[in-house]
Design a binder for this molecule. Structure first.
Ligand SMILES: Nc1ncnc2c1ncn2[C@@H]1O[C@H](COP(=O)(O)OP(=O)(O)O)[C@@H](O)[C@H]1O
Ligand SMILES: [Mg+2]
Length: 279
């Protein structure tokens, strides 16, 4: 299967998540990490954030998720102010899978339902269904140590989806996977999300991953983190993996790279300086 579908109901749903004029710094007197960032994500839309390491992507996701209260600005979900208040309706998927090693795949996925007080019978049925959806129907009783990296990330995605979140916030979820597994997971993610109505904010370093998956790419530049550009991705869905080789795709990719190149190079220079200082 080489074609990828987007969210099934893109643009037709009620509700949105919005960061409004968000600024943040971590310690008083420290540098501003985010400066007046505003981002509006309707349900059903897939938005990627791209930018150099350290530009503030994880901080912005954490603010949107409610685990960080920003210095200034607010977060609204369906028009309601939820600044600094996490909720199960905004699921977060991290780079590392953060599974409980002593629980099976099934019991990792039932965990958020247990927290919510659902009966074990209902929780089990929902978890089995979503594990089937992510292609792990045969592995429900496996422990994380018995699963490959790609499979563990599938469990991780299943655990986020099982609560049927309105918004899914994904922080470089495929960064620790090898290149081939990553390609497979990109296609799988869109297949999985085609039966979800969640709005997605997806952080990635890979510009081509962002362009392949997204309805919109938001380019963040550093020091302080701010939105430099928003690009509506023009390619129809379902998308073929081959679009990556097309001229328009390459031109967009180059444009985004030019925007963040300075930040990436500056980060690389810092590391060279640090290495030199060590010797
Ligand atoms: N808990 C923290 N305390 C202090 N500074 C932090 C903390 N987390 C991140 N930072 C700093 O904030 C900046 C943005 O970090 P982050 O949001 O993780 O960037 P990204 O995800 O784009 O790599 C970086 O300079 C980082 O060092
Ligand atoms: Mg990060």
């Amino acid at each position: 299967m080489d074609s990828v579908k987007g969210p099934a109901v893109s643009g037709q749903l009620n509700g949105a998540m919005e960061g409004r004029n968000v600024s943040h710094r971590y310690a008083s007197g420290g540098q501003l990490v985010l400066d007046n960032v505003s981002l509006h994500v309707p349900r059903g839309e897939f938005v990627s954030l791209v930018g150099s390491s350290g530009c503030g992507k994880t901080t912005l996701l954490s603010v949107l998720c409610g685990t960080i209260e920003p210095l200034r600005g607010s977060v609204l979900v369906n028009g309601k102010d939820v600044t600094g208040v996490p909720s199960i309706g905004r699921g977060m998927v991290f780079q590392s899978d953060r599974l409980f090693p002593w629980r099976t795949a099934l019991r990792n996925v039932t965990f958020p339902l247990e927290l919510r007080g659902e009966s074990s019978k209902v929780a089990r049925k929902k978890a089995v269904d979503v594990l089937k959806l992510v292609g792990l129907g045969q592995h429900v009783d496996s422990y994380p140590s018995q699963l490959s990296g790609g499979m563990r990330q599938r469990v991780n995605v299943a655990r986020a989806l099982v609560v049927e979140p309105d918004f899914l916030l994904m922080d470089e979820p495929f960064a620790s996977l090898d290149a081939q597994t990553r390609e497979v997971m990109q296609v799988e993610l869109l297949r999985i999300l085609s039966s979800s109505s969640a709005g997605v904010v997806f952080v990635t370093h890979q510009i081509d991953e962002a362009l392949l998956l997204s309805d919109r790419v938001v380019v963040i530049v550093a020091n302080p983190g701010r939105i430099a550009r928003e690009i509506t991705v023009p390619f129809d869905r379902p998308r073929e993996r081959g679009i990556k080789r097309g001229r328009e795709f390459q031109a967009l990719s180059d444009e985004i790279w030019k925007q963040i190149e300075g930040d990436v190079m500056a980060g690389a220079d810092v590391r060279v300086d640090e290495r030199e200082a060590d010797v």
